[in-house]
Design a protein around this ligand. Structure first.
Ligand code: SF4
Ligand code: SF4
Length: 189
């Protein structure tokens, strides 16, 4: 159901970095046309911005599009108005989580796996992360999740966003772990 909510739009503009740039959008569709995930999105970035401008905040915050962005930068490179499309998509996803639009369990599981990956290698291995996340609710659900996202995996491979071979740890992984340990200690104080 479409709902217009001026206060909710004001909150989005306040909370999401670069969100005010939606008013520079000329709806040309370059971002949508260049997004490798567009076929999986309920609303492509162009439409997300149009929905925001008309105050349909709930539709945007409940949309799966904002969680699908893989930071490929295609939209930013091609946008004729220099809009930070990717940053806005990520900002909206963070805001949706903050507003409790997706389950805490999903974000917590994903966050834990993401942290483990960074601690292990200093970078994310998308294959490993997806496998652990998909199968966190058991084998049957994991197979369903993996099958439903298989074509996205192929697109990521084709766009170089995922490699077939396992990712190696970065140089200086030991120093990074020391920093992460320190950060964790600080966060518990
Ligand atoms: S950065 Fe995100 S929104 Fe932009 S084209 Fe890539 S996947 Fe799509
Ligand atoms: S490419 Fe830029 S101007 Fe064009 S629809 Fe996307 S955000 Fe708007």
């Amino acid at each position: 159901m479409i709902s217009w909510n001026n206060n909710a739009l004001r909150d989005v503009l306040k909370e999401v970095d670069y969100a005010e740039e939606i008013y520079k959008c000329i709806q040309c569709g370059m971002c949508a046309g260049s997004c490798p995930l567009r076929h999986h999105m309920d609303y492509p970035p162009r439409k997300i911005f149009a929905l925001l401008r008309t105050g349909n905040i709930d539709l945007v915050l409940n949309s799966k599009s904002i969680f699908l962005c893989t930071s490929c930068y295609s939209c930013i490179v091609r946008c004729p108005r220099g809009i930070h499309v990717m940053d806005i998509m990520h900002g909206l996803a963070h805001y949706a989580i903050k507003m409790g639009k997706i389950s805490r369990k999903n974000t917590a599981t994903f966050g834990q796996e993401f942290w483990k990956q960074i601690y292990k290698r200093g970078r994310v291995d998308e294959k490993d992360l997806s496998r652990r996340y998909f199968f966190s609710d058991g084998i049957v659900q994991g197979i369903k999740n993996a099958l439903s996202m298989a074509d996205m995996g192929i697109i990521m491979l084709l766009h170089g966003r995922m490699k077939l071979l396992p990712e190696k740890p970065i140089k200086g992984i030991k120093q990074l772990r020391i920093m992460l340990d320190k950060a964790e200690q600080e966060s518990r104080r």
